[in-house]
Ligand binder design. Sequence first.
Ligand SMILES: O=C(O)c1cc(C(=O)O)oc(=O)c1
Length: 315
Amino acid sequence: MSEPTAGDFTKTPGWLDWYAKPSKPRFKLPPGAVDAHCHVFGPGDQFPFAPERKYTPCDASKAQLFALRDHLGFDKNVIVQATCHGADNRALVDALRHANGKARGVATVRPSVTDAELQDMHAAGVRGVRFNFVKRLVDFTPRDELMEIAARIAPLGWHVVIYFEAADLPELWDFFTALPTTVVVDHMGRPDVSKPVDGPEFELFVTFMHEHKNVWSKVSCPERLSVTGSKALDGERNAYQDVVPFARRIVETFPDRVLWGTDWPHPNLKDHMPDDGLLVDFIPRIATTPGLQRKLLVNNPMRLYWPATHLVKIV
Ligand SMILES: O=C(O)c1cc(C(=O)O)oc(=O)c1
């Protein structure tokens, strides 16, 4: 893979670039595996970052993403609109259009989006919208605007991806449970993994999934959630031990409603940038049988993003 660059923009101070020479995972991904959470950034000189962004990343192009996909052994990608591009989905849609059918997307839209724009995005491979509630990443959007968007995209068979911090789940509960679509939670709702896996905070997340069968979870981002490590670097294939019980609990309790993604190019990491090959070796520690691995990596993402017809409603 080529090295990251900064395009025409100045990166946020302290920005960590994605890992340029990832190792080969020891874990052999099942045929047809989907990296169901990753991003493209720019390149900034072609697809400028949004004025309202909260960070300026290094470039991470579609070609670099597809090279990583092939290197790690994934078959497909789900590319999620990153907040540094705001509601300008051009970089995302361009990546989808050049993926030979091997990528789907999750966009960010405003209520002013037209039906024609939604149809164009659908034709390119967009299958969901992302609502972000992480305060360091986005400005506040009124709930009724988001609900309006959800009502517009539901007839397309799209779903809603939500990103929030565990401490905010109680306040957001009524909004989330009123959404009319399949709802996919990013990174397990960002649990504080220094708290017990059976403590009240994570228990609330498990209850959320138990009571609402339309809620799915990505069991991704151990590199972001880990407090005590160890890091997926220098050949460490047993990284992020403190996250394993959380992700494993969700995979084993809800095997048909979980997804996994690399989160490449890993925006806003402060401590270290993982070797993506070693990150893939996290998977068999949270999905411990071939059956669970196939569901997590193939069956579930295929059901959500490549169903036989886009009008099939997935619950
Ligand atoms: O935690 C983050 O900083 C983060 C940011 C973004 C984004 O900017 O879209 O996406 C993610 O999945 C995670």
